[in-house]
Design a protein around this ligand. Structure first.
Ligand code: HEM
Length: 90
């Protein structure tokens, strides 16, 4: 997956709600490692796969991107989120 391309996709599609790895809609559900571990389904089974699943399908107030982004794009943005989470979004 192309992390740099994922960063561009994140700015265009995700940052409105997840600026800096936060969450302006549901404040606890950030993209930080501890929140991903606590709230993201199946995160422990495979980090990028779990992120990609939620991006594809959406959840509650988060829209689904499966009809908007290709599978490759979703893999790239998932790799970017995982990379940033592992660095604490610093
Ligand atoms: C949750 C990624 C776009 C709103 C999450 C989570 C991830 C994620 C990994 C799980 C975090 C957690 O549960 O702690 C992304 C990515 C996006 C994107 C990569 C772009 C492709 C958006 C947008 C919105 C949004 C545009 C607002 C319109 C939410 C909300 C949750 C969430 C409300 C919590 C869902 C719930 O558990 O009820 N997002 N997101 N996301 N996201 Fe997004």
């Amino acid at each position: 997956a192309d992390v740099a391309h994922g960063g561009q996709l994140f700015s265009a599609n995700c940052a409105a709600c997840h600026m800096g790895g936060g969450n302006v809609v549901n404040a606890e559900r950030t993209l930080k490692q501890d929140a991903l571990e606590a709230y993201l389904a199946n995160y422990s089974s495979g980090h990028e796969a779990a992120i990609a699943y939620q991006v594809t399908n959406g959840k509650n107030a988060m829209p689904a991107f499966g009809g908007k982004l290709s599978e490759g794009d979703i893999a790239d943005v998932a790799a970017y989120v995982e990379d940033m989470a592992s660095k604490g979004w610093a």
